[in-house]
Design a protein around this ligand. Structure first.
Ligand SMILES: Cc1cc2nc3c(=O)[nH]c(=O)nc-3n(C[C@H](O)[C@H](O)[C@H](O)COP(=O)(O)OP(=O)(O)OC[C@H]3O[C@@H](n4cnc5c(N)ncnc54)[C@H](O)[C@@H]3O)c2cc1C
Length: 206
């Protein structure tokens, strides 16, 4: 079996699974975000799962995955508002220390107003997370609120990280700079767990 990036001169990159001959696991791929997470390409060909290894009911896998997504999307909301809050704090500290023409950059009203807007959005997302938690505790259906929260989380993180890396100027492009890592990692929120467009589509159908 060959994976799309299979390289015949480096056959060691393809490692067939010991327990199922038809499942191939490629070596980890280099990727842009969350570098501590290893991503592998998988290829399945005529995979047969022994009956005793079946999890749940046959044919229900997609439904199980959709239910799992609700938990994953809910978990992303606090990740987003806590990260956004940290990023804004980091940026305020930087602007306070960075002196340009004799004054800290934090004295620039245009920058402070942008940061204030993101702080307001971050607080709103946090409030939504608490609303969802309250609804969950009452056993209510939170599909709509979780979908909204996931959609808002992706947009907020993209705006905050893009805007804050701008305020770091050239320093923001240094790999050792924490803002650079936030900027890279934040981008995944609009895709992982369901893309923003898919969230909007789900919402429009509810
Ligand atoms: C960092 C990271 C970690 C991940 N971790 C996991 C994991 O642990 N487990 C796991 O199973 N998966 C994981 N994923 C996969 C993730 O769930 C999918 O990447 C995501 O659901 C998007 O699916 P896709 O990559 O197949 O994109 P595609 O379906 O190919 O979509 C590509 C793009 O097309 C657009 N699009 C897609 N559908 C629509 C639509 N209906 N209307 C309009 N536009 C649309 C969106 O912009 C989307 O980003 C991870 C992804 C990332 C980036």
């Amino acid at each position: 079996m060959r994976l799309p990036d299979w390289n015949p001169s480096r056959p060691g990159r393809l490692r067939p699974c010991r327990t199922a001959g038809a499942l191939a696991v490629a070596s980890p791929r280099r990727h842009a975000v969350r570098r501590l997470v290893r991503l592998h390409e998988l290829a399945h060909e005529d995979v047969r799962v022994p009956a005793e290894n079946l999890i749940g009911e046959e044919g229900e896998g997609f439904i199980y995955q959709m239910k799992q997504f609700q938990h994953e999307r809910f978990a992303i909301i606090p990740i987003a508002y806590v990260s956004a809050s940290d990023i804004i704090k980091l940026t305020i500290e930087h602007l306070g220390e960075r002196i340009v023409f004799g004054k800290p950059l934090l004295t620039k009203q245009a920058l402070r107003h942008r940061l204030a807007g993101w702080q307001a959005e971050t607080a709103a997302l946090r409030a939504l997370a608490y609303q969802i938690t309250g609804m969950k505790n009452k056993g209510l259906d939170v599909t709509r609120e979780v979908t909204m929260g996931k959609l808002l989380a992706g947009g907020l993180m993209r705006r905050v990280t893009d805007g804050c890396i701008q305020m770091f100027g050239g320093t923001g492009f240094m790999n050792e700079s924490l803002i650079t890592r936030y900027w890279r990692d934040a981008r995944a929120i609009s895709v992982a767990g369901g893309a923003d467009e898919v969230m909007a589509e789900v919402l429009s159908r509810l």
